[in-house]
Design a binder for this molecule. Structure first.
Ligand code: PLP
Length: 383
């Protein structure tokens, strides 16, 4: 048996909350019926889905009818992008996204470029926030288009100026999609305050299981389903619903709302600050990357001068600290992350960076122990 594990990779995924497991269980056993069945048992299962829809809608300030359940965040992103591509048409149209999007936006947008759509990728400042002047210049009021910009970044946690981005895009009559997968459940994300047309979220980033997501489609927005069939989800996403996971996502949304109201997320942010302070006080050449003011409370992205993440990660794993260099999807790709390159980091700086991300389950004792272990590993690697 090795040292007790300390999980600091909550932006990769989170542990399923025991309350969520408990809420899901009946839908694997007694309540296994098809929600489209007309008899009582089917209707009860249908009701559970509708409760989950209300819970998700409530978390983001949407109306229940504007929520569509999907198989994951990636599906939500791809569905919107394909649907909007069809809406704006290939000729004399334009798509704008940021250079720090997750691959779940970049790849579908690249696929659009490959079939002849005009695509422009807008850069970010050193602090990881989208360059608003560049964004404004990229939006062309003379043609139909859409912009897709993430609400918060998965590597740095940096929060984008969504209100301002929407204003610029909407003035030109464009649609706005946001990948809010790293924002929902971590910061207040309200579609009744920020006029995005489409928003993607994913359950496993806030304690629901992997393999369930949702898509917010503002009432009246044009939408073309990606999966057609039996007409479930009001025809917007066919396929018999994954009832236990949808129930789990609903309870996750309710739990995160409680956490927000009860100060749970503030506690996470203060633990994150404790981790940063502990490391910066005990080690030299530690640099915090990205805006400190505009970021989610659960993550810190730190560079440790003189260390390569490729050496740090296995050494940290050996002492039981689970974290990552960039996104989990990039692990092992041997390239500096596109996010850090977009922020203007040198390869050396990018390669020396770690992402440490917490959740509501992280404890103060774990943070103090993580500081001890990381300090010891960094000193050893530097030596
Ligand atoms: N977008 C962002 C910003 C993410 O962080 C992730 C997950 O890492 C995804 C999309 C993909 O979500 P899912 O794993 O639910 O497909």
């Amino acid at each position: 048996m090795g040292p007790v594990k300390i999980y600091l990779d909550s932006n990769a995924t989170t542990q399923v909350h025991p309350r969520i497991i408990e809420a899901m269980m009946p839908y694997f056993s007694d309540r296994w019926h098809n929600p489209s069945s007309g008899y009582g048992a089917g209707r009860e299962v249908r009701q559970a889905i509708e409760i989950a829809r209300e819970q998700v809608a409530s978390l983001i300030g949407a109306k229940p009818g504007e929520i569509v359940f999907t198989g994951c965040g990636t599906e939500s992103n791809s569905t919107v992008i394909k649907s909007l591509a069809r809406e704006i048409g290939r000729k004399h149209s334009k798509v704008v996204c940021s250079s720090i999007e997750h691959s779940a936006v970049l790849r579908p947008v690249e696929a659009m470029a490959a079939v002849g759509f005009e695509v422009e990728t807008v850069g970010v400042h050193e602090d990881g926030r989208v360059d608003l002047a560049q964004f404004g210049a990229a939006i062309d009021p003379g043609c139909p288009g859409f912009a897709s910009v993430m609400w918060a970044n998965n590597e740095t946690g940096v929060i984008q100026p969504m209100g301002e981005l929407c204003r610029l895009a909407k003035e030109a009559g464009w649609f706005v999609h946001t990948d809010a997968i790293q924002a929902v459940g971590k910061i207040p994300v309200r579609v009744d305050e920020v006029p995005v047309d489409f928003l993607s979220l994913s359950g496993h980033k806030f304690h629901a299981p992997k393999g369930v997501g949702a898509l917010f489609i503002r009432k009246g927005s044009p939408f073309e389903p990606m999966i057609r069939g039996g007409g479930q989800e009001s025809g917007r996403r066919s396929g018999t619903e994954n009832v236990p996971y949808i129930v789990g996502l609903g309870v996750a949304a309710a739990i995160m709302q409680e956490e927000m109201a009860g100060g749970g997320l503030k506690r996470v942010a203060s633990l994150r600050d404790r981790l940063e302070t502990g490391l910066s006080e005990r080690l030299d050449r530690v640099q915090c990357n990205g805006s400190r003011e505009h970021r989610t409370g659960n993550v810190t992205h730190l560079s440790f001068g003189g260390c390569a993440a490729t050496e740090l990660l296995p050494a940290l794993d050996a002492v039981g600290v689970e974290c990552s260099a960039g996104s989990a999807c990039m692990t092992g790709k041997g390239k500096p992350s596109h996010v850090q390159k977009a922020m203007g980091f040198s390869d050396e700086h990018a390669f020396s960076s770690l992402r440490l991300s917490l959740s509501i389950f992280t404890t103060e004792a774990e943070i103090d122990e993580a500081v001890e272990r990381i300090v010891e590993v960094v000193k050893r690697v530097r030596a």
